[in-house]
Design a protein around this ligand. Sequence first.
Ligand code: ZN
Length: 403
Amino acid sequence: MSKLKQIGKLVTQNSSKILMVVMDGLGGLSQNVNGKTELETAHTPNLDKLAAEGICGLHLPVGTGLTPGSGPAHLGLFGYDPLEFQIGRGALEAVGIGFDLKKEDVAARGNFCTVDDSGKISDRRAGRIDTPTCQKLSELLNEKVKIDGVEVFVKPVREHRFLLVLRSDGLSDAVADTDPQRTGKAPLAPEAFEPKADKTSSIIADFVEQAAVILKDQDPANMLLLRGFSQLPDWPLFHELFGLNACAIAAYPMYRGVAKLVGMEAYQVDDDLDKEFALLEQHWSDYDFFFLHMKQTDSAGEDGDFDKKVSLIEDMDRMIPRAMKLKPDVVIVTGDHSTPAIMKKHSWHPVPLLLWSKLCRPDNVKEFGERACMNGSLGASFPATDIMPLALANAGRLEKFGA
Ligand code: ZN
């Protein structure tokens, strides 16, 4: 926090505009020894030009050897150290499905589970019921549970997972999980960790009791477990820290959610680059900072589809001239983490990044790729939290430190 606040004190205003383009899971690996990664394979003349004129490197989203989720990885890109700025599981679940969590709300991650005749858990995930069943059960609870003075929201997530949100005055998240994390035990009581959470704990107990009756005759999901009670974090906002009026353009709720957590305006858009860039053009005069997100590169990586990831990167490359026509002062192109197609999952590998501005001292990198970026002036593993200060400096938005 202290470094972030120090930087905040140096921030000054001008009319510059910063564009951050994030291809989710951009970093990759080659399919065979000494072969090319997805990004190196992709034909990217426009990104190569920016890399040649700008500065490059590989950033570490969270830390050496750590494989990040997309949420924390994006916080790092936005300048918030993911190890310091952590969000509770319930609140994260809310962010992930685009639920508009309010300051007073308490959220929890829920599992539908199976209990036997004696009330002991026989399956913590109720045989991983399908998502339509989860939707049906969530709607049932959402409709039928009534608690005086409390708004109760039950929203399906996926398979056996759902989100519970309680809305009322004076709630606290200092309540213990009801999930004992093992079978053969009965669900636990939602105990308050401190007296100020007594009211919340009895509301949760009431919810669980009513839910047990409503679910009693369902099969196999005849009970539920709750964990990760949490509230919206009280973080310094992006515009307070960096003086930037920021917006997010993203097709997936999770990314708009993280952007909203730090106070960005978030625009919903179809999963279509043409539409994303049209929104960018439309709002270009309204903001100073634009975060534009592409999800499909990560999905292709997770599917193990090397060629698809390559062609998606090429799709993004073709959009770059459209962005440059808007005359941004600083352009950053990167990923939030690596998702190598050969691993079919997120990985710990540092992520290629290019930063272009008129004030760059160009390095020797001539093309945008992992190995080229390794030799860039930003280094082969610099902290993602350095990206924002660098962007601000290149935008002429940071005063000198000290006299
Ligand atoms: Zn991601």
